[in-house]
Design a protein around this ligand. Sequence first.
Ligand code: 1CP
Length: 347
Amino acid sequence: MTVARSDKTILRALAGETLPVPPIWMMRQAGRYLPEYRATRAQAGDFLSLCYNSELAAEVTLQPIRRFGFDAAILFADILLLPQALGAELWFETGEGPRLSTITGAEGLRALKGRDDIHDHLAPIYETVRILSRELPGETTLIGFAGAPWTVATYMIAGRGTRDQGPAHALKAADRATFAALIDLLTDATVEYLSMQVAAGAEVVKLFDSWAGSLKGADFTEFAVEPTRRIIAALKDRHPGLPVIAFPREAGEGYIGFARATGADCVALDNSVSADWAAANVQVDGCVQGNLAPQHMVTGGQALVDEAQRIVRTFRGGPHIFNLGHGITPDADPENVAAMIAAVRSA
Ligand code: 1CP
């Protein structure tokens, strides 16, 4: 039986409906905590080969849907594929994480491709989306995603993940014009990338601004709020009614008014803010998602049940999608995921 778009619980919550039981999905729900993911990844070779193998990327996206019946599937890819499409070199050091060629000034920026030159490289990602939109159960919503410009820029400038985003802050201070031009290029390219995901079948898109918390004051407005607002406006212009989730992780006070300022339909909450605070200050503007500390997926037990149910009850007065405050970690126990879902549905 086909399920009408309006019957999908995630789309209803994103449209502002308060539901008796929140729909559920989990950041990094396809990942190393699942034995079936580890098996498919071994088959693909390395992580990037898995991202660019449309059949296998679709397979790992579907694995947590089969096992847990989540209400949404998130495309299996990575935020660093867009810089690679723009011409940056990208590889993963085993056990350490991503490495990229670095952008240290105007010359590095000039060497990058234009916003419209990314699609040949990203064609396998669009194919993964097409496979998923065919193969997902009718009630499951397909979420596409990209990194937000600031977060992607922090990796392109440093050439790796950093604790304090020091190199990006340094370039912003030393050569603001080059830094701002990089943010502009990423903003434009992200619109093109997400627009193609939507054309291929993504029903919702999410912007991950994992390092938004290190932008303060006017920088937060200029480099987190403004690029997000521009991306959302352009996408909604091309795809009227497209729901967008924004994740300005660890933005703290920056969460207040973020949905209004950017046009996001839902704001994803990390686990550093309290649910009570977020219900009063963020959910007043629309749907919220997230907040459960990922550590509960490792430790489980009654604390997991209590905390999951407390979050459900705290957000019960408005639109809410249940999720973690950040990605599930490789040491998590799949049994705890099942326990979390049962706790949420019986809260
Ligand atoms: O070993 C492996 O299997 C690789 C681990 C892994 C996975 C499963 C990486 C490397 N990326 C992914 C997939 C991924 N990344 C998804 C898929 C969909 C999902 O299930 O959620 C998504 C949405 C991302 C997004 C992503 N990649 C972010 C934003 C969200 C977040 O976690 O803050 C970031 C910052 C990245 C960069 C990245 N990719 C991978 C790693 C280990 C990192 C972080 C590097 C660092 O800063 O330390």
